[in-house]
Design a protein around this ligand. Structure first.
Ligand code: XUL
Ligand code: CO
Length: 441
């Protein structure tokens, strides 16, 4: 196996925790991996993961200009050798950063060949290097996935393509990606519906396409059993981009889809902040919807820009956002075997290798801060006590009876007719609560 000849980031040492007083931009101010919060290390709470596609493959192009990224280790070819070298560079980066996990699509790590067999061979050749580097560093695979959207064959979708051969190709590609994920000890496998949607209903049989997606996912479940893959399956909602309307549009739509096709036992959701906002939701909303259904699996941590309407995939630095995320995650009981996966890219103007470090350090510190703040809010107890009190009418009397399923419209009519007046409403105290949260930020 070719070895990487020299360090790709020679001037960067392992990123250390130096605390909030530090002025070193290449140090953590809040992420102290071994420090315990609520009895668990920050590392185990956050389970940070680096994405291969943005961090090592994104050239930083936009619709108006070519890529700007300087990646001196990359020889510019689509060879397996270059892909293997890049894999070693990726592990140098993740090791220096101290990220315990990573995630990839099959075609990020290895080049697509002229046939499926050739693509599978190149994936195997790079997977060997990934395995070696995983063993050397102890860094693990959070989840794998297949790129079912970049190649022109997928122009009409993959599992929802009007072309049955394309469905079959996608199935064969996912089969291989699942097998490689298993070989690498991946803790999960994600299905993001890259082009599973439509651009116009004039040419689309919507029900047929959704039925095909259901059938595709059932085949994946069957293959998972066949090969003994124990990782968690995730569906990642996104409402649009690249298609006008994606079928897995938000958490509620995904949950409905999973229930309709009898897949709830096999999937959890991988929620992404910028996808939530594209759907007109907050990330907190999506987290709570998934958690309420027992289906909160993992998160793709990023953010959009309020001034730009598209999926900008920026690194999360907003402490309110990370506090909301971590409150929902702590209340849910944690993410494992999921994690905080930085599905985020540096800006086109941030083209130097060191920017990859600044971006991840910022995201990790923002989440570490969110975790610390969320834990402090929970320890303080006032927020929780307020919410518990707000619903206290359900803890006894008529409320408890309704919750226990022991009431009928008739009983409730009798109850109300027998009362001279109903209990008064209390203020929702939104502003008080917003101020309370600010005490901790
Ligand atoms: C696209 C996106 C994907 C998935 C994996 O918006 O988020 O990168 O996370 O396919
Ligand atoms: Co994502």
């Amino acid at each position: 196996m070719p070895k990487k000849t020299k360090e790709a980031f020679p001037r960067i040492k392992k990123i250390a925790y130096e605390g909030p007083q530090s002025r070193n931009p290449l140090a953590f101010k809040y992420y102290n991996e071994d420090e315990k919060i609520e009895g668990k290390t920050m590392k185990d709470h956050l389970r940070f993961s680096v994405v291969y596609w943005h961090t090592f493959r994104n050239p930083l192009a936009d619709p108006f200009g070519v890529g700007t990224a300087l990646r001196p280790w990359d020889d510019g070819t689509d060879s397996v050798k270059n892909a293997q070298n890049r894999a070693r560079v990726a592990f140098e980066f993740m090791e220096k950063l101290g990220a315990p996990y990573y995630a990839f699509h099959d075609r990020d790590v290895a080049p697509e060949g002229s046939s499926l067999a050739a693509s599978n061979r190149s994936l195997d050749a790079v997977a060997k290097v990934l395995k070696e580097e995983q063993d050397r560093t102890g860094i693990k695979l959070l989840w794998g996935t297949a790129c079912l959207f970049a190649h022109p064959r997928y122009m009409h979708g993959a599992a929802t393509s009007c072309n049955a051969d394309v469905f079959a190709y996608a199935a064969a590609q996912v089969k291989k990606a699942m097998e490689v994920t298993k070989q690498l000890g991946g803790e999960g496998y994600t299905f993001w519906g890259g082009r599973e949607g439509y651009s116009t209903l004039w040419n689309t049989q919507l029900k047929r396409e959704m039925d095909h997606l259901g059938a595709f996912l059932h085949m994946a479940v069957e293959h998972k059993k066949k090969i003994g893959f124990k990782g968690q399956f995730y569906i990642e909602p996104k409402p649009k981009e690249p298609t006008k309307h994606q079928y897995d549009s938000d958490a509620a739509a995904c949950l409905n889809f999973l229930r309709q096709y009898d897949l709830m036992d096999h999937f959890k959701l991988n929620l992404e902040t910028n996808h939530a906002t594209l759907a007109g939701h907050t990330m907190q909303h999506e987290l709570e919807v998934a958690s309420a259904a027992g289906a909160l699996g993992s998160i793709d941590a990023n953010t959009g820009d309020v001034m730009l309407g598209w999926d900008t995939d920026q690194f999360p630095t907003d402490i309110y956002l990370t506090t909301q995320c971590m409150l929902s995650i702590l209340n849910h009981g944690g993410l494992a075997p999921g994690g905080v996966n930085f599905d985020a890219k540096v800006r086109r103007e941030s083209f130097e290798p060191v920017d990859l470090f600044h971006a991840h350090i910022g995201g990790m510190d923002a989440f570490a801060r969110g975790l610390r703040i969320a834990a402090a809010i929970r320890a303080d107890g006032r927020l929780n006590a307020f919410v518990e009190d707000r619903y206290s009418s359900w803890d006894s009397g008529v409320g408890a009876k309704i919750e226990a399923g022991k009431s009928s419209f008739r009983d409730l009519e009798k109850y109300i007719l027998g009362k001279s007046k109903i209990a008064a409403n209390q203020s929702g105290r939104q502003e008080y609560l917003e101020n309370l949260i600010n005490e901790f930020i």
